[in-house]
Design a binder for this molecule. Sequence first.
Ligand SMILES: *Cc1c(COP(=O)(O)O)cnc(C)c1O
Length: 393
Amino acid sequence: MPSTKLTSFLNSGLNELKDKGLYNVIHPLEGANGPKIQLEGKELINLSSNNYLGLATDERLKEVAKDAVTKYGVGSGAVRTINGTLQLHVELEEKLAKFKHTEAAIAYQSGFNCNMAAISAVMNKNDAILSDELNHASIIDGCRLSKAKIIRYNHSDMEDLRQKASEAVKEYEKVMVITDGVFSMDGDVAKLPEIVDIAEEFDLITYVDDAHGSGVLGEGKGTVKHFGLSDRVDMQMGTLSKAIGVVGGYVAGSQELIDWLKVQSRPFLFSTSLTPADIRASIEAIDILSESKELQERLWENTKYLQEGLKKLGFSVGDTETPITPVIIGDEQKTQQFSKRLMEEGVYAKSIVFPTVPRGTGRVRNMPTAAHTKEMLDEALSVYEKLGKELNV
Ligand SMILES: *Cc1c(COP(=O)(O)O)cnc(C)c1O
C-alpha cells in the first residue's frame, strides 16, 4: 500500500506549484541539441543550450567517442578507486591540469558532483565558507554538505566580503571564499582580482566554479586565466558539459589537493567513473580548444551580434559581460508570455523568473553559440522585434 503521508505530501506540493505557475513542463527534443532543435514537430532556433562552442554535435568528437566505445565498451565498470580508472581518465586529468595551468586535476561524473565532492572534502564543521549570494545551487548544496558555517555576502560586494572575512577568520579554523566565475543568470563576471587580494590578506582558501567561464573566457581557459590568476586560486572547478560539450566535471589545483580529493571525496570513491566515450570526447574537445581559437572567436562574434542587435531594438540585456544574454522583461507573467510567444514564432529561449531570480527581474535568457549562423540570429532578432511591439516591451 502506498504511504498516505507521501501521497498527500506530493499532491499538495504539486498543486501548490501549479497554482503559482511554477510547475515546469519539460519538452523533450526530437533530435540533437544543436543551433536548431526539433520540438513538438517544429524546428526552432535554439537559444537555450550551454553548448557554447557547438562541440556537443561536433563530428570530430562523435568519431572519437565511437572509437572509444568500440575499444573500451560503453561503461567503465567500477568506481575510480577499485578498477574504474582507465588510462583514458589519467590522460584526461593530465590534459585538464595543463589546460588550467595547475599541477594536477581530478575528473568527476558531473560539475554538480564536483561541488558535492570537493567542498566537503576540505571543509568541516569548525570552518566557515564565504559564499556569493548568487552562487549556483550545486555550490550551495556542496557547502551545506560540508557542515561548515555558510556566510553569504552580497553579490560581488567586495566591502561586504572583506568585512565578513575579517570577522570569520577570528572565529573559525579554515575560511573559504567561493564564487561562480561567471554568474549564470546575469552573465556578469566575478571580481576575481579583488577576491584573491582579500583572500591573501586573510589567508582564505579560494574556490572558483567556472562552469560558464571555461571554454569562453581567457582564450578558453576560463575566468581565472582571463585575470592572470592561475597561480593564486586554490581550487578551480569546471564542467565538461557546457563549452566542452560532453558530460562530467573536474577540479584543478595543487598536487596535494588532488591527492587528497582522490582519497577523500565521496563521489570519486563511491560512484562509477565517467564512461570511455565521455572521456575520449572530452580529451578531443580540449585538444581542439588548445590548438585553435576559431570556435571561441565565432562564439564572441555571435555574442556581440546578438547583444548589439537586441540593444538596437531597445531591449535591456542587463550587465552581461559574456555570451549569457538575459533580456530583462520584469513582470513574471509577461516574461513567461514572451517566452511562449517566442516559441510559437520559432525561437526557443527560456523564461527565468522568481524564485530563480529576484521578483520583478523576470528575463528570457538567450545563449548564442559558435554554431549559430548570422541568418539564424537575424531571424531570432526579427522575432524579438515583432514581439517587443506586440507585448509592449
Ligand atoms: C551548470 C553548472 C554546474 C553543474 O555542472 P554540470 O556539469 O551540468 O553538473 C555547476 N556550477 C555552475 C555555476 C553551473 O552553471
